[in-house]
Design a protein around this ligand. Structure first.
Ligand code: ZN
Ligand code: ZN
Length: 399
């Protein structure tokens, strides 16, 4: 009994001590700290929305079928994609994607921006590497079993964007999230199975990592060419192909580097397919009615209320109701309704804390949009229309 009282006293003393120290950000490591000056917010109008798919396997992956690069690229062009990254499994070619995926004579397009990349396929998990220029992927492959500190150094030297793939699945990303720039929060046409990936994303955001959420179809097979193929493996062939889901980036210009930069900066939205509406998320910092920042942007909170705007751009169903879920710091914050049509938008106001990190992100459900070339995908993505990346306050930009 005596010992119990002694222990309880210690705990109480600890509580008093920490709440007293909480007054000063210098002596309490858990108190919110000032992040210091942040880079200015880039222009909201000087850029272009580009859509693409960031996770695809061609015949250079041994578990793919019926899927040459020419077929993937021609299909992507036909559905209006702007960029693409064919991410074959690097372990199927012992790391040498440069002499397989990238050197294939079919690796070319008149209209598409083709990123250089591969799926880093290791026993510790899967990640995608993205680059605007050819890089020495062999080096990344060769350090796959080494410590994160070694892998991280190679990643920085190569200057590539590294992304965690299907983070909650069997081959989840088993490396440090400190060295990745984005996370695959929507893998394949099937929306509901991504709930755990979204939970991991929120966990990483809540821990202070400014981490872009992106999509990837992870398709391994082409669309059916013959009725016989259509009956085999129907899910793979008819329901999941290029663009399920589609990742939108707001790029400064139509170049490969601008696509990678937008992906790194988080000016990114994910839609169920190439024809589904795009979720745009903005904030008006000074109440003048003009939007000052968009998803992916990070600024200092002033302690004043901020007006946020969610806009659905593209093929909304006129008059239909869209459910807009606002997530704040990993928790449900508000559920709003937007009406489809030319001006499908909804607004809300909130005051992010002047000290400490805050983020808001958006998920939208509503009537599914038809994808005639991949007809089975509608049933798998259900009512999920799209999601935005967060708008950030007081985040450390150097993570
Ligand atoms: Zn994988
Ligand atoms: Zn894959």
């Amino acid at each position: 009994m005596r010992a119990y009282i002694f222990v309880a006293g210690l705990i109480m003393a600890g509580c008093i001590s920490s709440s007293t120290l909480g007054q000063s950000s210098h002596s309490n490591p858990w108190a919110p700290v000032d992040v210091g000056p942040l880079p200015p917010i880039a222009s909201l109008t000087d850029g272009v929305w580009l859509k693409g798919d960031l996770h695809l396997h061609s015949r250079h992956s041994h578990d793919s079928s019926n899927n040459s690069e020419a077929k993937i690229i021609a299909f992507s062009e036909s559905v209006g994609m702007d960029y693409l990254c064919i991410t074959d499994h690097d372990n199927h070619v012992q790391g040498d994607v440069a002499h397989n995926t990238w050197s294939d004579p079919e690796f070319k397009s008149k209209s598409l921006l083709l990123l250089y990349g591969a799926e880093w396929t290791t026993v510790r998990g899967h990640g995608n590497a993205f680059s605007a220029t050819p890089y020495d992927h062999q080096r990344l492959y060769d350090v796959r079993d080494q410590r994160d500190v070694v892998v991280g150094a190679v990643k920085r030297e190569l200057g590539i964007h590294l992304s965690a793939n299907h983070p909650s699945g069997k081959d989840h990303f088993g490396y440090s999230y400190d060295m990745v720039d984005s996370i695959e929060v929507w893998n394949s046409a099937v929306w509901p199975k991504n709930a755990n990936a979204i939970m991991i994303w929120d966990d990483m955001l809540s821990s202070g990592r400014k981490l872009t959420g992106r999509g990837g179809s992870d398709s391994h097979h082409g669309t059916p060419d013959t009725p016989e193929q259509a009956t085999k493996n129907t899910y793979q062939r008819q329901a999941n192909y290029v663009g399920t889901p589609t990742t939108w980036v707001f790029a400064k210009e139509r170049t490969l580097q601008a696509v990678v930069d937008a992906l790194t900066n988080g000016r990114v939205a994910v839609s169920a397919n190439p024809y589904a509406p795009r979720v745009e998320f903005y904030a008006d910092l000074d109440g003048d009615g003009k939007m000052d920042m968009m998803m992916g942007d990070n600024t200092k909170a002033t302690g004043k209320p901020i007006k946020f705007r969610i806009q659905l751009t593209g093929n909304t169903v006129a008059g239909a109701s869209y459910t807009v879920r606002v997530v704040k710091n990993g928790d449900p914050f508000s559920t709003l309704q937007a009406t489809g049509g030319k001006e499908a938008m909804v607004e809300f106001t909130d005051t992010p804390a002047s000290l400490g990190r805050t983020y808001y992100r958006i998920e939208v459900e509503g009537p599914p949009t038809a994808y005639p070339q991949v007809p089975g995908s509608m049933a798998l993505s259900g009512n999920m229309v799209g999601l935005s990346n967060p708008i950030y306050f007081n985040f450390d930009p150097k993570f």
